[in-house]
Design a protein around this ligand. Structure first.
Ligand SMILES: CC(C)(COP(=O)(O)OP(=O)(O)OC[C@H]1O[C@@H](n2cnc3c(N)ncnc32)[C@H](O)[C@@H]1OP(=O)(O)O)[C@@H](O)C(=O)NCCC(=O)NCCS
Length: 386
């Protein structure tokens, strides 16, 4: 029982600030998002995932030669060491893609030249570039193996999104699909101190190395309350099956106190600006796409309207970035079990940048928990326990 000495406990650390940052600003009430001061809408419209990764890591947009050099380093890291490919092969079909990714990232230092890490910012930037490229290469190769294909090298003249599709399928992807994936990666590249970024920083605040910190981030991203929500949202749309079933499905789910995946957010109490960008793309691609994508889109748009009518203004529950992703990824040709690994590939610049920023003025993260159990219980020998 709580007494007058009980401290205030902030469950889920909701509303708690633990550090300052110059990387990202989320305005949850107005539904705005900026990376390094640039609005997400302007980046999604004008930039590329490589340029946004540079911006997030270095704090400014690159000049042409800087971007070219950065992109070349990323794509060269997408070309996986044979040892990583062998590891992926040995795990293929035995674990979920997200678990394979987590295992591969924690094993990656075995395939790096440098195995003893120091707190050196140049080295950390080099490692970040290596990590971003390698995660993309691993996700693409897991996808290739799911398609019963072997590893292929990336095309050094193209960007990460194009190469993910190219390596996954062994074929040159359609430019429109590659562009859509690039936009999706921009939209997922960074989002302040969400659960996975915070997990990354907690691990790194012990002065563990960057690979360990990123592995912690991947672990936290996996759950359906965070990165796994887009898979669950697509499951729901497939369960609904026909746009005419949407209303009954949503009503029954809400009456049964079920959560509708892809709605609600700890910070946004209005429409997630990323979901708005994705919705606009979805409306653009639905004509001329497959029957499956058209049906999923119709269900998504109907569910969106119903949910907003029921819970939008009244409870502040609006679509988040994960809601419309399923139909878009289906259009691009990405299987559901790769959604969250792809999210990890997209979020890796954000994780790295936050870790590097936090290390500039590191303080071990060690909060308190309030013990409310018994004390000084007499020890009972094992043969006398009832
Ligand atoms: C993201 C999320 C965990 C944030 O939740 P939170 O800030 O902890 O909010 P709470 O869990 O306290 O929920 C507050 C209320 O809204 C309801 N709610 C929140 N999200 C909901 C959803 N997706 N569907 C239906 N009801 C929802 C809760 O049931 C709760 O209702 P109550 O006050 O009647 O008990 C939550 O909205 C959720 O589970 N969403 C679905 C998963 C998802 O899409 N995650 C991706 C986030 S980018």
């Amino acid at each position: 029982m709580a007494d007058s000495s009980t401290p205030t406990i902030i469950k889920g650390l909701e509303g708690v600030y633990f550090t300052e940052t110059k990387i990202c600003k989320v305005d949850g009430l107005k539904g705005r998002l900026w990376y390094r001061g640039y609005s997400i809408e302007s980046l999604a419209k004008n930039s590329s995932f490589e340029e946004v990764s540079y911006l997030i890591l270095y704090g400014r947009l690159p000049k042409k030669d800087e971007l070219d050099g950065f992109k070349a380093r990323l794509i060269s890291s997408m070309a996986l060491d044979n040892g990583i490919v062998e590891l992926l092969k040995s795990l293929n079909g035995k674990m979920l893609p997200m678990d394979i990714l987590r295992t591969a990232v924690s094993a990656m230092p075995a395939f790096s030249e440098k195995k003893v890490y120091q707190n050196d910012s140049e080295e950390h930037i080099a490692e970040s570039i290596e990590i971003i490229g390698r995660i993309a290469g691993v996700v693409a190769t897991i996808g290739a193996m799911m398609n019963n294909l072997g590893y292929s090298k990336p095309d050094s003249s193209r960007g990460i999104a194009y190469n993910i599709l190219y390596m996954m399928t062994g074929k040159k992807p359609e430019e429109k699909a590659a562009k859509m994936l690039d936009v999706m990666m921009i939209l997922h590249a960074e989002h302040s101190s969400n659960a996975s970024t915070f997990s990354t920083i907690v691990a790194g605040s012990t002065m563990a190395d960057l690979y360990s910190a990123i592995t912690a981030g991947i672990c936290a991203l996996k759950g359906p309350l965070h990165g796994g929500a887009d898979e669950k949202a697509l499951d729901m749309m497939k369960d609904i099956g026909d746009p005419n079933n949407t209303e009954k499905y949503i009503e029954d789910a809400l009456a049964g106190k079920k959560r509708i995946m892809g709605f609600g957010h700890r910070v946004y109490k209005t429409y997630d600006p990323r979901a708005k960008v994705i919705k606009a793309y979805l409306e653009d691609i639905q004509n001329g796409s497959t029957m499956e994508v058209q049906t999923l889109t119709a269900i998504a748009l109907k569910a969106e309207k119903l949910m907003i009518d029921k819970l939008g203004e009244s409870k502040g529950i609006w679509p988040n970035v994960d809601f419309f992703s399923g139909p878009v990824y289906t259009y691009i040709g990405i299987p559901k079990s790769l959604f969250t690994p792809l999210f990890a590939a997209s979020r890796s610049p954000g994780w790295c940048a936050h870790m590097l920023e936090y290390w500039q003025d590191n303080r071990l993260i060690r909060p308190l928990d309030y013990y409310n159990g018994q004390l000084d219980i007499p020890y009972t020998p094992i043969d006398q326990r009832k």
